[in-house]
Design a protein around this ligand. Structure first.
Ligand code: NAP
Length: 249
């Protein structure tokens, strides 16, 4: 196992579950000090315990990303824990309420914007300056295949992730010249706690992909870790599909 993240701190939002937790475990395995975050302290503790049991380093900072002040407090505490610089930021936390446009409530509209777009924006605004001033850094955003094409029932969710996809490129332009790489992964149907309720619907969605089946949280985490690593040192502003080939065909 490569230990290429030794000496680096990584903040992974939404690492109490699914893709975020798998990413936190893999970054810690390779030597990163991981800051685990989410709202659920019990699941946060479970992720931190799993990292400690595997010999890694981790802390949990609770945050509700639906609240801008909480997001700023998360950034402040992450900087304090890391000695002033977070090297890797994974904007993974996301919510995905699917459904017809006429049925979207004002509350859902605001929550999707807050969690999927505004929170990554605030975290980059708060954390990128120290990366720029230090040895550089890496940001990996988690978007979705439905940021790339229209699908009924996914207007709100897909559009929020399309914004995050554009932010990925805008930030690559803004911070890339200062040695901060910004990239994204774009998952397709992936088995996590968050999609457990979809049952066979997830298999049906995945049956239209060349791979023919849903991915795992680990499949997506492997791509995130690659983009965060020095192996991707010349990769800026890329959106890497991890969708079984769905947007290719
Ligand atoms: P998941 O199992 O539901 O996990 C979502 C994570 O986000 C949890 O750790 C949750 O933490 C956190 N989160 C949600 N709302 C939050 C809030 N208000 N404040 C703080 N944290 C919050 O989801 P997943 O399937 O792993 O998805 C992870 C990312 O991949 C999301 O951005 C999603 O849009 C994207 N994605 C997933 C799929 C898929 O098929 N699974 C496909 C494409 C894209 P707490 O509950 O502890 O707050």
């Amino acid at each position: 196992m490569e230990m290429d993240f030794i000496g680096k701190t990584a903040l992974v939002t939404g690492s109490t579950s699914g893709i975020g937790r798998a990413t936190a475990l893999k970054l810690a395995e390779r030597g990163a000090h991981v800051i685990v975050s989410g709202r659920d302290a019990e699941r946060g503790r479970a992720t931190v315990d799993a990292i400690h049991q595997a010999g890694g380093a981790a802390d949990f900072i609770p945050a509700n990303l639906n609240d801008a002040e909480d997001v700023r407090e998360l950034a402040r505490r992450a900087l304090a824990i890391s000695g002033g610089r977070v090297d890797i930021l994974v904007n993974n936390a996301g919510i995905f309420p699917f459904g017809p446009t006429p049925e979207v409530s004002d509350e859902q509209l605001e929550a999707v914007a807050a969690v999927n777009v505004n929170a990554p924006f605030i975290l980059v605004a708060e954390l990128a300056p120290a990366m720029v001033a230090g040895n550089g850094g890496a940001v990996v955003n988690v978007t979705t295949m439905v940021a790339n094409f229209g699908m009924a029932g996914m207007a709100l969710y897909g559009s929020s992730k399309a914004a995050l996809q554009l932010l990925t490129k805008a930030w690559a332009a803004e911070f890339g010249p200062h040695n901060v790489r910004v990239n994204a992964v774009s998952p397709g149907p992936t088995r996590t706690e968050g999609t457990a309720g979809m049952g066979e619907g997830l298999d049906q969605l995945a049956s239209t992909t060349p791979a023919g089946r849903p991915g795992s949280a680990e499949d997506v985490a492997d791509a995130i870790v690659f983009l965060a690593s020095d192996a991707a040192h010349h990769v800026h502003g890329a959106v890497l599909p991890v969708d079984g080939g769905r947007i290719a065909v």
